[in-house]
Write a protein that binds this ligand. Structure first.
Ligand code: CP
Ligand code: NVA
Length: 303
C-alpha cells in the first residue's frame, strides 16, 4: 500500500522518531546514492520559499530531481479533475508534494494517486514544518519528552495544529495561547483526543499566563495565506498576542523562540525577539530540508 504524508496522524510515534533520527543521520553526508533516477513533482497553489526550495534542493542532494508546477498553470480541479490529474501524474513522477487550500484536495489526490502524496501545507495542516520544528527542539535541548513545554502564541492555524499533533506523537507538552474565536476547532480537538488519549491539549486565552515556564515560545502570522480579507480585523484582535521581550521574558531562562517564517515583523513578533540571542528561526528553516530529505528517503523505501 502506498504511504502518504498528509497529516502527522498518518505516522506512529516510532515512525515519527525514526524520521527525526534519519534526518540527523543524513545531515552532512553525501546521500546522492539514495534516490538516483527518482523524480519529485511539486504543485504549489500558494507562494513558498522554504518548502519549495528545501524540497528541490533536498531531492538534488539525494541524487534525484524535481519538477515544479504552478497550481494555476496545471489547473488542478479546473482544467481537469483532481482524479484524472492524480492518475496521470503518477505515471511520470515517483512522489508528489502539494501545497493547496482545502485539505480535501490532498485527500482526493491521495485517493487516486499510485505514488506517495506529501502535504506541503494545506489550510489545516503543515506536517513537514512541525517535524522540522521538533527536530530543532531536539537539537537544542538534546531530548524530546514531557519535561519540555512548547507554547504556541497566536492563531490556532495549520502550523499550530500540526505542532500540537507532533507533540502528541513525540512527547513535549503543548499549549496554545489564542483568542477564543481563533483557538482549535471542535473537530480538531476530538481528533487529537482520540489519537492521544490522556494527553492534554492545553488551550488558554491569556498569553502571559501561557508563557510562564515555557521552553519554546512559537508564533506564526496572524493572517495565513488565503485569509487576506480578514487581515485588518485579525491585526486588532491578535495585538495582545505579539511576542515581544516582555512576553518572552516570562518563559524559562534557556527558552528558545521559533517561527515557521515568513514573519510579519512588528505584528506577531518584534525585531528584538526574532533577531535576539534565543531565536532559532534560521536553524529551524534549515531543518526543513533535513527533515524532508528523511521523508523522501523513507517514502521511497531507501532509509
Ligand atoms: N515555513 C514555510 O512553509 O515557508 P514557505 O511558505 O516559504 O514555504
Ligand atoms: N500559517 C501560515 C504558514 C505559512 C508557512 C499560512 O498558512 O500562510
Amino acid at each position: 500500500m502506498v504511504r502518504h504524508f498528509l497529516t502527522l496522524l498518518d505516522l506512529t510515534p516510532e515512525e515519527a522518531l525514526g524520521l527525526l533520527d534519519l534526518a540527523d543521520r543524513l545531515r552532512g553526508i553525501d546521500a546522492r546514492d539514495r534516490l538516483p533516477g527518482r523524480t519529485l513533482g511539486l504543485i504549489f497553489e500558494k507562494p513558498s520559499l522554504r518548502t519549495r526550495v528545501s524540497f528541490e534542493a533536498g531531492m538534488a542532494q539525494l541524487g534525484g530531481s524535481s519538477i515544479f508546477l504552478q497550481g494555476k498553470d496545471v489547473g488542478l480541479g479546473v482544467r481537469e479533475s483532481v482524479r484524472d490529474f492524480a492518475r496521470v501524474i503518477s505515471q511520470y513522477v515517483d512522489m508528489l508534494a502539494v501545497r493547496t487550500f482545502a485539505h480535501s484536495i490532498l485527500e482526493e489526490l491521495a485517493a487516486h494517486a499510485s505514488i506517495p502524496v506529501i502535504n506541503a501545507l494545506s489550510d489545516s495542516a503543515h506536517p513537514c514544518q512541525a517535524m522540522a520544528d521538533l527536530l530543532t527542539v531536539r537539537r537544542v535541548f538534546g531530548r524530546l519528552d514531557d519535561s519540555l513545554s512548547i507554547v504556541f502564541v497566536g492563531d490556532g492555524n495549520n502550523v499550530a495544529r500540526s505542532l500540537a499533533v507532533a507533540c502528541g506523537l513525540l512527547g513535549p507538552r503543548f499549549t496554545l495561547a489564542a483568542p477564543a474565536a481563533y483557538d482549535f476547532p471542535a473537530d480538531f480537538r476530538a481528533t487529537f483526543a482520540a489519537a492521544f488519549p490522556g494527553r492534554e491539549l492545553r488551550v488558554v486565552h491569556d498569553p502571559t499566563r501561557a508563557a510562564v515556564d515555557a521552553d519554546v515560545i512559537y508564533t506564526d502570522v496572524w493572517t495565513s495565506m488565503g485569509q487576506e480579507a480578514e487581515s485588518e480585523t485579525r491585526r486588532s484582535i491578535f495585538r495582545p498576542y505579539q511576542v515581544d521581550d516582555a512576553l518572552f521574558s516570562r518563559a524559562n531562562r534557556d527558552a528558545i523562540f521559533l517561527h515557521c517564517l515568513p514573519a510579519h515583523r512588528g505584528e506577531e513578533v518584534t525585531d528584538a525577539v526574532l533577531d535576539g540571542p534565543r531565536s532559532q528561526v534560521v536553524e529551524q528553516a534549515a531543518n526543513r530540508m533535513h527533515f524532508q530529505k528523511a521523508l523522501l528517503t523513507w517514502l521511497m523505501g531507501r532509509d
